[in-house]
Ligand binder design. Structure first.
Ligand SMILES: Nc1ncnc2c1ncn2[C@@H]1O[C@H](COP(=O)(O)OP(=O)(O)OP(=O)(O)O)[C@@H](O)[C@H]1O
Length: 280
């Protein structure tokens, strides 16, 4: 059964150091038009191995929060820890892999060479790279396509390559910003099922930005609902749908899934009431 809380709970007590710990985070952008406060007072803890989605109205700061965790933006104030280290240190340690809406593959490199790129950049030898890319392409079901080029693959297959590349260095954390946003609904559902399996197999924690209520419900242990800008955490919905590895297509017909979808939808509407952002 899904439950809602009005504040983000701490990481599971037995899980040790959280994958992500954000405390009192604010972000204000300075532009030629003045100041834009994107995030206000964000507290968020993601346990090791936990799957957490961020959902909220357009412009509420979901991507900004993800980019701050990834050290691609600096917070204005507040603290971010990734497995107990600072965000810049976690970036140096390659503690996380990233996947965005656009797969961002290099068109002149084969699928295998794209997956191997992070390993190559970090000096991993050729035979180890080959072994690892073969393992990863097997994991994402693309072994037969290792020698193809990205433009010979469908959008869903390209995203699978991007996920394989993000996993190349065995990160314990995956940061994903609408990775399936550009895919058709059928492909998107297939990719969600694949990602549930992959995240269970790798044991990586995932922070996942999405606009889709059903996607958030299907994949997540917890869904963090944000208010219109400046983004604050208004509610956290615990989906209560069991281990992510057991989320198969049958779950989409399960009353517990509909309950989680309803809980997220209600939290989004409650959080957006009176706000200025568009409803998601
Ligand atoms: N580099 C930047 N400079 C100035 N303002 C920015 C910058 N990046 C984001 N913003 C502003 O911060 C706010 C939050 O943007 P962000 O992209 O994080 O929202 P989002 O919730 O991910 O939106 P969407 O759901 O539409 O992708 C927006 O008002 C945006 O215009």
């Amino acid at each position: 059964m899904s439950t809602t809380e009005t504040t983000a709970p701490p990481g599971r007590a037995d899980a040790g150091v959280p994958a992500v710990a954000v405390a009192g985070l604010d972000k204000t952008f300075t532009t030629s038009d003045g100041l834009t406060q994107a995030l206000e007072g964000i507290d968020l803890a993601v346990a090791a191995g936990e799957f957490v989605s961020l959902i909220g109205p357009s412009g509420c700061g979901k991507s900004t929060l993800l980019r701050i965790i990834a050290d691609l933006e600096r917070p204005t104030s507040g603290e971010v820890r990734v497995f107990g280290t600072s965000a810049p240190q976690a970036r140096l340690d390659q503690a996380y892999g990233i996947a965005f809406q656009q797969a961002g593959l290099l068109g002149w490199r084969t699928v295998a060479a794209n997956v191997e790129l992070p390993l190559e950049l970090h000096g991993v030898g050729r035979s180890e790279r080959r072994t690892r890319s073969a393992e990863l392409l097997d994991l994402v079901g693309l072994s037969e396509f290792a020698a193809r080029f990205p433009d010979q693959l469908s959008g869903g297959m390209q995203q699978r390559v991007a996920i394989a590349r993000a996993l190349a260095e065995r990160p314990r954390l995956l940061l994903m910003d609408e990775p399936f946003g550009a895919l058709d609904e059928m492909t998107r559902e297939r990719m969600q099922t694949e990602l549930a399996r992959i995240s269970a197999e790798t044991g990586a924690a995932v922070v996942f930005v999405t606009h889709s209520i059903s996607e958030a419900a299907f994949l997540s242990d917890r869904v963090v609902v944000m208010s219109p800008r400046p983004g604050r955490v208004t509610t956290t919905v615990t989906t209560g749908l069991g281990p992510v590895g057991q989320r198969t297509d049958a779950l989409r017909e399960d009353p517990r899934f509909f309950e989680a979808v309803t809980a997220i939808r209600e939290a989004l509407h409650a959080g957006s009431a009176g706000g200025s952002g568009e409803a998601t």
